[in-house]
Write a new protein. Structure first.
Length: 522
């Protein structure tokens, strides 16, 4: 056997013909290959040297491929393991992934897939797909539908991530940094981080469960960054936000002329995520018709764009997330059992913030640091003891996202270095078991507003009020020639408060206003 390849593989199968087929296929790819016909034989070879990867049949005469997997795991060996299972035995595949396999293949083995999976395990993504930047679907344009998620998906990341572009993979981010973004040292968060590190070594699908705003997307993005595909694309898709009639074209792409308005070939989410990770958020919202198509792609690892004749192989790791109880959805007949089984190989539960109050202080501190940094202010404000105690009593139905919004507003209200209890703006009605509605009714009436009684009510009050505030700040700035100190003073705000509010609402000090000079008291 030559030793010119940087990759050495051990193939374990008791059928001599198959062994030879795998060996020849891999040698042709330029790998060094050794073979074994039994568990005992394989263990003897493993005892004498290291390999880049082990490819093993599940059923062996003196045991199972799982025995080899467990050996590799227990000894902390570096080999990636790929398991070949009988067709249709999803249980075996799931078992293999849970035992630490990098990936699995089903018999009869498709050799293209075989080469792709081995290449992926070794960090070589195989044949690159032709890269076409996802764009808005013509049908969506024609119907005046919201921007197609293919374009919106990477940009929708709310975790402060730079948008993941399919055409320009992001550089490898340090593993520690990805995990450190998940602030918190509660037992639950430590467990989440440990699980992320563990699952990042395999291709196993992960289902992230948790209430809205708990950090599921942050977890998915950390899984991606920590894994060997971290330098590939991370494509986040909100399954609930895509109109049903566009799902197939969005997920799998389409060919020119496939439907009215399809003026050119477009790739879908799967092609865009090739070599990286596809994050399927709100997977529980996917209609049943699309669930079966998704299952097929996951099993076949190939997609056929709408209007195309041939399928294209894709190498994509799936991480999905839901705030729903998917098991209950399965029981109610709204979610396919087989898809659930495929997606739920490894589950990571992100608990609600109220169940890990130990994390409240460090997350608040991290959020305040970020707010101050964005506003160009130092030092970052901190919570008074009283304010923190008040916050700790709150239930945070919107979890970390709500905490972020609350602190943004509190900083803008306080304007000083210390955020007091009143700056939090949490009405007493928001606490305890009291009937929220009754308590609100008991509050003194708000000051009359000059809005006409028949004016339509806003559907998003927070966004509406932000718009009002943005408009007032912009007008005050204009009136005071973009001097923030003067504009702020005219509204009863300190310069610091003004800066926070402007940063939060994205209001700029005006082109060429020479803002630093204008606010000499900064
Ligand atoms: N542990 C944490 N440390 C720091 N920031 C966090 C943490 N968890 C969540 N966040 C922040 O909270 C916000 C919401 O997180 P994320 O979008 O990941 O939640 P989600 O569970 O995916 O929400 P949804 O269910 O609504 O999609 C983001 O800005 C994220 O950066």
């Amino acid at each position: 056997m030559t030793t010119t390849s940087p990759f050495s593989l051990l193939v374990v199968d008791d059928e001599p013909d198959l062994r030879t087929l795998y060996e020849l296929t891999l040698v042709r790819e330029g790998y060094d290959v050794e073979t074994a016909g039994s568990v005992e034989d394989a263990l003897a070879r493993l005892a004498s040297r290291r390999y880049s990867a082990v490819i093993t049949d599940m059923r062996l005469p003196d045991g199972s491929g799982l025995d080899l997997l467990r050996h590799i795991e227990q000894q902390g060996r570096p080999e990636k393991a790929i398991v070949i299972t009988a067709y249709g035995s999803a249980e075996n595949a799931v078992e293999a992934l849970k035992s630490g396999a990098y990936d699995y293949l089903t018999k009869p083995v498709d050799l293209r897939q075989f080469r792709a999976v081995v290449g992926s395990a070794l960090g070589r993504s195989g044949q690159p797909l032709p890269t076409v930047v996802p764009a808005q679907l013509p049908s969506a344009l024609a119907q005046g539908l919201p921007a197609a998620p293919a374009a919106a998906a990477p940009a929708r990341s709310r975790s402060g991530e730079p948008p993941a572009a399919a055409a320009a993979p992001t550089p490898v981010a340090p593993t520690r940094a990805a995990l450190a973004r998940l602030v918190g040292h509660s037992g639950a968060m430590q467990q989440v981080r440990a699980l992320i590190e563990k699952v990042s070594r395999s291709m196993a699908p992960v289902l992230v469960q948790g209430e809205s705003g708990t950090g599921k997307e942050l977890v998915a993005s950390a899984i991606h960054k920590v894994s060997s595909r971290g330098s590939g694309p991370f494509i986040a898709v909100n399954c609930g936000a895509i109109p049903e009639n566009l799902l197939e074209a969005e997920f799998f792409g389409y060919r020119k002329g496939a439907f009215t308005g399809a003026a050119e070939d477009r790739e879908g989410f799967f092609q865009a995520a090739h070599g990286g990770t596809l994050f399927l958020d709100e997977i529980g919202d996917l209609p049943l018709s699309m669930q079966s198509k998704l299952l097929r792609v996951i099993q076949e690892r190939a997609v056929r764009p709408v209007g195309a004749v041939n399928e294209a192989q894709v190498n994509v790791r799936i991480v999905s997330a839901t705030h729903k109880d998917l098991q209950a959805e399965v029981q109610a007949g709204r979610f396919r059992q087989d898809l659930f089984y495929r997606l739920n190989v490894i589950q990571i539960r992100v608990p609600p913030l109220r169940e890990r109050l130990d994390d409240l202080r460090p997350i608040s501190a991290a959020v305040l640091e970020r707010i101050a940094r964005d506003a160009g202010v130092a030092p970052a404000p901190r919570l008074s003891d009283d304010a923190f105690a008040h916050l700790a009593r709150y239930a945070f139905p919107g979890n970390v996202r709500e905490l972020e919004n609350l602190l943004q507003r509190a900083v803008a209200m306080s304007g000083g270095d210390v955020i007091g209890r009143d700056d939090l703006g949490l009405p007493d009605a928001a606490f305890g078991d009291t009937q929220y509605a009754d308590d609100l009714a008991a509050l003194p009436p708000a000051e009359p507003r000059p809005a006409p009684a028949d004016a339509p009510l806003p559907t998003d009050l927070a966004a509406y009020l932000d718009d009002v505030e943005r408009d007032i700040l912009a007008r005050a700035l204009e009136r005071h020639r973009y001097n923030r100190t003067a504009a702020g003073a005219s509204l009863g705000l300190s310069l610091r408060q003004m800066r926070y509010r402007m940063a939060r609402l994205g209001v700029h000090a005006g082109a060429g206003s020479g803002e630093a000079a204008a606010d000499g008291d900064d």
